[in-house]
Design a protein around this ligand. Structure first.
Ligand code: ZN
Length: 460
């Protein structure tokens, strides 16, 4: 029976691995040459939460009822909940495998905090509040990790939106080193049939260092000292992956996956500022300086819509009978939503060139819409522009990020590499979808695919 070893690289960008830096990545290149690889389409929104949960459950964000890191808890204007593992009510592959007696190891996979029992071992993810929390299953594993790691085990890089690049780089490497120790320790001491680990450092280094290497970025300066920072980190990880691969036998299939890709961030659209200028959002008084919407006095009795910032935008309508001070008659809901969708599609860059922004209606892109979805999910300029939620900029386009320096946005296409030591791969393969990964893992392991999974399994 085959085993599966999944290497998750959060945010790994296919053009960098498959083309630009392939010659520098001997281990990933070997998996590509002997296996099948291609683009892996992310969820909408193309963001860590919910993309990994979607990948491992084969359900779309609407079915999961999880539309980002923060979700509306109810129809009030302020109550938001952080998406934890508790939000995921459906099985992920390790739940299914555990019930069938397969031994699993799940390490640092997003949305696994708080940990739940599995038939094996689990270490929770970057959303773990602190190492004071119980971040392992079983609880004793935490002691083993603490004995292994000198200093404190890092669940994430503490602050990746910083101008202190030297410190950030050092933290990213320290986290990678720690996780490398943990993976090697698990490989050498624990039995398993399914093993998955996710590295968050790729995402952190993309957001922190993208402008230093990509000539397309507006702030790129040739010859800067961090020109090779991201490339060197990929090379470093490739070396670690090479060590892990030495532990695997010929019955183990290797999958390398990313939850989304990355691209240069060309700027930000001040979404609430735009809604205000277009007459959809009204404030009691103008804020002084640049202020998040939550800290502004919104005149809800006159406000039709508000939005939130992030790599994508979420738009919420103020609907009569739904929101506390709702003013849009339910009979006008679709008309207002379509009007906003058209206006969003017409937004231009500072030179007046159309950005090609798209606003998605949840019910048009998901099989079900559970929980409280945004009324529109917006990609500005195919994710080349982010959404800025703050008010007080007095203009639509901004080149400063209100949550700290950030050079990259997410791209819709991540990557996959599937390598089976006993089968010849196709080399470059077709584009797959993140929801195809869970059924692929189950099929490789000879486990029936439960009905309700959205994706299709694929082979080497
Ligand atoms: Zn991610």
């Amino acid at each position: 029976m085959r085993k599966v070893f999944v290497i998750g690289l959060d945010c790994a960008e296919p053009t960098l691995v498959f083309d630009q830096w392939r010659a520098h990545l001997p281990n990933l290149s070997r998996l590509m040459a002997g296996g099948t690889y291609g683009e892996l389409t992310s969820t909408i929104p193309a963001i860590t939460v919910p993309a990994w949960a979607s990948m491992l459950s084969s359900r779309d964000p609407g079915q999961l009822g999880c539309y980002g890191f923060r979700n509306r808890a109810d129809y009030t204007y302020e109550n938001m909940t952080i998406a934890t593992a508790r939000m995921i009510k459906v099985d992920r592959v390790w739940d299914i495998l555990s019930r069938l007696g397969k031994r699993v190891i799940v390490a640092a996979v997003p949305q696994t905090y708080p940990v739940r029992p599995v038939n094996g071992y689990m270490i929770s993810c970057f959303l773990t509040p602190s190492t004071q929390s119980q971040y392992t299953y079983p609880a004793e594993l935490k002691g083993e990790i603490e004995a292994l790691i000198p200093g404190e085990y890092m669940v994430d890089v503490p602050q990746f939106r910083t101008d202190n690049k030297e410190h950030l780089l050092q933290q990213i490497y320290e986290m990678a080193d720690q996780q490398h120790q943990v993976v090697k320790y698990l490989l050498s001491t624990k039995p398993w049939d399914f093993f998955m680990h996710v590295d968050m450092g790729v995402d952190r280094i993309h957001h922190g260092f993208w402008k230093f290497f990509d000539p397309r970025h507006p702030l790129y300066e040739p010859g800067n000292p961090y020109e090779n920072a991201i490339r060197d980190y990929y090379i470093y990880l490739d070396g670690q992956i090479g060590e892990w691969l030495q532990w695997l036998d010929d019955d183990t299939v290797v999958l390398v996956v990313s939850d989304h890709g990355a691209k240069p961030m060309m700027g930000g659209i001040a979404f609430n500022e735009w809604l205000k200028q277009e007459g959809y959002l009204h404030l009691e008084y103008q804020p002084e300086g640049i202020v998040p919407l939550e800290k502004c006095e919104v005149d809800w009795d006159r406000t039709l819509a508000w939005g939130s910032g992030g790599y994508y935008a979420r738009l919420f309508l103020n609907v009569k009978g739904r929101e506390p001070n709702g003013i849009i008659d339910p009979a006008d809901y679709e008309r207002v939503r379509d009007e906003l969708r058209d206006k969003i599609a017409a937004i231009t860059d500072p030179q007046g060139v159309n950005l090609g922004s798209v606003a998605f209606k949840p019910e048009e892109i998901y099989q079900e819409v559970n929980g409280i979805a945004p009324d529109l999910i917006v990609y500005f300029g195919n994710l080349s522009w982010r959404s800025v939620g703050s008010l007080g900029l007095n203009r639509i386009h901004t080149f400063e990020n209100d949550t700290g320096p950030d050079d990259a946005n997410h791209a819709q296409e991540g990557l996959y590499i599937l390598f089976d030591p006993k089968a010849h791969g196709q080399g470059p393969g077709p584009r797959r979808h993140v929801t195809d990964i869970a059924p692929t893992i189950l099929e490789l392991m000879g486990v029936p695919i439960p009905s309700g999974m959205q994706g299709q399994p694929f082979g080497p």
